[in-house]
Ligand binder design. Structure first.
Ligand SMILES: C[S@@+](CC[C@H](N)C(=O)[O-])C[C@H]1O[C@@H](n2cnc3c(N)ncnc32)[C@H](O)[C@@H]1O
Length: 232
């Protein structure tokens, strides 16, 4: 029997990932390769568990974890931790509880830009496996000059230096730093140096950023001198 697509599974469970957001246009490009594998994943922000039910059907062999500040619902097929994603001690604690490293992490939690960056710095570095996929959703909040969500006030706006989009835009050149003489230009980034050095790919698309972590196949391409030797 033909396996159901990300879109079909999302429609079945009712998550807005495939309705309002239309993330099915992008995520399968990065996630379909994991479908039949025994992966471990974490979603921050579980609400009514609609997306968790989608993930468990999309990744039938996966071990699935969730983190949510308010979710009291039971989730028999995996484990939901209760905690605040903006507290790094919570992230450390759940990392210990999850044990090993994860193949896929998705942040659909508070959508507060500072929380998204804090989570990325900690989880991408310490919890995501080499070659893993990290998705930050609902980056729309970074475009807000003033807004509120889940009791948090967000004040950023187009081009704001603390906008998640700006922060990752500034790292787009990092994947090409072989061609840049002054490598210190990335020094002011809120993304830690160790994390910056492990970014293989950054993809921007509607209301989300997808980041892949380097793996062994990327090591031969690191820290090389530019073969043509010309710097602008
Ligand atoms: C958009 S909903 C998640 C929807 C779900 N992923 C889906 O697609 O069905 C966001 C969730 O993030 C949770 N949340 C808000 N602030 C949080 C925080 N600081 N830490 C952890 N979770 C938080 C909310 O309780 C809410 O359940």
């Amino acid at each position: 029997m033909k396996e159901m697509t990300f879109k079909e599974l999302g429609e079945k469970t009712g998550t807005d990932k495939v309705t309002h957001h239309g993330y099915h246009r992008f995520y399968p490009l990065f996630l379909d390769q994991l479908r039949d594998k025994e992966i471990t994943m974490l979603e921050i922000g579980t609400e009514e568990n609609k997306s968790l039910y989608m993930w468990q059907n999309y990744f039938p062999k996966a071990k699935i974890y969730g983190l949510d500040i308010g979710n009291e619902l039971k989730y028999e097929q995996g484990e939901i931790f209760k905690g605040d994603q903006s507290d790094v001690e919570v992230l450390k604690d759940i990392s210990k509880k999850m044990g090993g490293k994860l193949d896929f992490i998705i942040d659909d939690g508070s959508h507060v830009p500072e929380h998204q960056i804090l989570g990325f710095n900690y989880l991408f570095n310490n919890v995501l496996k080499e070659g893993g996929v990290y998705i930050i959703e609902d980056i729309e909040t970074s475009y807000w000059k003033k807004g509120a969500l889940y009791g948090y006030i967000v004040k950023k706006g187009l081009g704001h230096p603390e906008s998640v989009i700006e922060i990752f835009k500034n790292l787009v050149d990092k994947v090409n730093d072989e061609f840049i003489k002054d490598k210190d230009i990335f020094g002011d980034s809120p993304i830690d140096e160790k994390v910056r050095n492990e970014i293989k790919l950054i993809s921007f698309q509607y209301n989300s950023i997808i980041i892949l972590k380097k793996s062994s196949e990327d090591r031969p391409f690191e820290n090389r001198d530019y073969r043509l030797g010309m710097f602008t």
